[in-house]
Design a protein around this ligand. Structure first.
Ligand code: BTN
Length: 252
């Protein structure tokens, strides 16, 4: 790892963030959870160059390429009621897209929290909670040029989209500076957070097919509800979805 880059950047992180670098981890989410349970403070970031068991949402494996991508987790001990913690996923996705905008790459959000460039995934977020803490796990394809076959058609990187490499330390710094202001909006300011999400929503206005807990649905995405749910219009009318998997654009 080009640790010197990260060390220099770590020294300029805003409070309360502190960076812990590891060459190898199973999953940074799992290893940070152990630190959280042992009393680590809010703001602890664990970044690993290689993960042997990196995880995505819905139990999928997360591919990250050492030296080219970023795989890290951040420990939070939110003051907000636990019922609001799931909103941290939406807030983090928006913050990532905004941070990429600040380094010159305009990204969209594929609700709820995939970050998208040119209809491909550039970053993913895995939010997991404990009794009194939340772990925000973030994977970003920064300079990855080649992906494994199973994601080759659905993944991209900042470099592939922008045609130039990025310093991973700079990308990490941009993200860490952007996250707190969106996290702070999961309570009273949720409407402001949603305005930002609506501006970058990749799905609004599109005809999609998606998998929900009550089966496969097809319809038009009308936007994001005041509660942060996805609004879908099907032949049967409007419905709001708390969760949906495998959202695909559909030809008419
Ligand atoms: C997804 O889109 O499915 C979420 C991907 C989250 C990947 C990151 S990489 C760092 C952290 N550690 C993990 O095991 N997963 C998250």
């Amino acid at each position: 790892m080009a640790q010197e880059d990260f060390h220099a950047m770590a020294a300029s992180l805003p409070d309360p963030f502190r960076l812990l670098l590891r060459e190898n981890a199973t999953s940074t989410n799992d290893e940070l959870r152990l630190l959280a349970e042992a009393g680590a403070r809010e703001g602890q970031i664990l970044l690993a160059e290689n993960q042997s068991a990196g995880r995505g949402r819905r139990g999928t494996a997360w591919f990250s390429s050492g030296g080219e991508s970023l795989a890290f987790s951040i420990l939070l001990r939110p003051q907000e009621p636990k019922a609001l913690w799931p909103r941290l996923a939406l807030a983090s996705g928006l913050a990532l897209a905004e941070a990429f905008g600040k380094i010159g790459v305009e990204a969209l959000i594929k609700w709820p929290n995939d970050v998208w460039l040119q209809q491909r995934k550039v970053a993913g977020i895995l939010v997991e909670s404990g009794k009194d803490f939340v772990i925000i796990g973030i994977g970003i394809n920064v300079n990855t040029l080649k992906f494994p076959p199973e994601v080759a058609l659905s993944a991209t990187s900042l470099q592939l989209a922008a045609g130039q490499p990025f310093s991973r330390a700079d990308v990490l710094a941009a993200v860490i500076h952007q996250l707190p202001q969106r996290w702070a909006q999961i309570g009273n300011d949720f409407e402001t957070l949603l305005e930002g999400v609506r501006l970058r929503c990749a799905l609004t206005g599109h005809h999609v097919s998606l998998q929900t807990s009550s089966g496969q649905k097809t319809g038009w995405i009308e936007g994001i509800s005041p509660g942060g749910e996805l609004i879908l219009r099907t032949t049967e009318g409007l419905e709001t979805l708390m969760q949906a998997d495998e959202i695909r654009f559909m030809p008419l």
